[in-house]
Design a protein around this ligand. Structure first.
Ligand code: SF4
Length: 263
């Protein structure tokens, strides 16, 4: 498999299907220092030259005092790639670390979100791109169904509260197995982060479940993604979508079948 071609096709499909990027957009990629957001940035840079719409790309990182290594190698690598990058040291988060070393994730995330909007605004961006992958979507679906009582995953596209920013997740159809291989092929420096939001007990259990299932069913995540794009509300229990009087069901859009069938 030509990895680059495959990734560009999947990201292109997500961008086109959900109208993530539109003509004239300025896209700011939120770089976390990990393989996923770095893969996203590189793919968007490569897509710029061949996409049917014109858009510009920049990158930023919010430093909240959680990185386990210096960011300098990342800065050098981005510079060598000609990607404009801003490192935003969020003073409020550092203060939080000092005042409440054991603060919870809610507060930390709220500070991060505020910083993300501030830096994107400063960069003149109208779109913020995040590196959540197909794995994140699948895990969120299972986690929400099992632990929050809601059938939901992550938004592929959403807006900030006042519609100042379109928030997009173009790696929705890309698994982490592929971002790992692609990031390795780039030779880019990865910066580990002390944030263990992704490694809680529930997440670990769900990841383990997927790993086990994938031994026998390698495309289980792709199938779940297809399911997210092909709801059958009549077979669920939400009264808002049930047709109790036998009226014809409304037409639905084109399902995500290609994600399951493409190699
Ligand atoms: S685990 Fe992550 S989100 Fe939670 S407080 Fe630590 S850095 Fe913030």
């Amino acid at each position: 498999m030509d990895l680059e071609k495959h990734l560009l096709r999947r990201v292109g499909e997500a961008i086109g299907r959900f109208r993530m990027i539109r003509d004239g957009d300025r896209v700011a990629v939120a770089l976390s220092g990990g393989k996923d957001s770095l893969t996203l940035l590189e793919l968007l840079v490569r897509l710029q030259a061949r996409a049917p719409v014109r858009f510009s790309v920049c990158a930023f990182t919010v430093e909240q005092g959680k990185f386990l290594r210096p960011l300098a190698p990342l800065a050098e690598w981005l510079h060598s790639r000609g990607v404009p990058w801003t490192c935003y040291r969020d003073a409020a988060s550092f203060q939080l670390l000092e005042d409440q070393p054991d603060h919870g994730c809610d507060l930390c995330s709220r500070y991060r979100r505020r910083a993300v909007y501030e830096v994107a605004r400063g960069l003149g961006a109208n779109v913020i791109a995040f590196g959540h992958t197909a794995d994140d979507f699948c895990e969120a679906l299972v986690r929400n169904a099992m632990f929050t009582g809601r059938l939901s995953a992550l938004p592929a596209v959403t807006w900030s509260r006042d519609r100042e920013f379109r928030l997009v997740r173009p790696l929705v159809f890309v698994t982490e197995e592929l971002t790992r291989r692609f990031a390795e092929s780039l030779g880019a420096p990865l910066i580990p982060c002390g944030c263990n939001q992704k490694t809680g007990a529930v997440r670990e259990a769900i990841r383990g479940l997927f790993a086990q299932l994938q031994q026998q069913h390698p495309y289980v995540k792709e199938t779940m993604l297809a399911a997210m794009g092909r709801l059958e509300p009549a077979r669920l229990l939400d009264l808002r979508f049930l047709n109790l009087d036998g009226e014809p069901a409304p037409e639905t859009g084109e399902p995500l079948v290609s994600i399951v069938t493409e190699s």
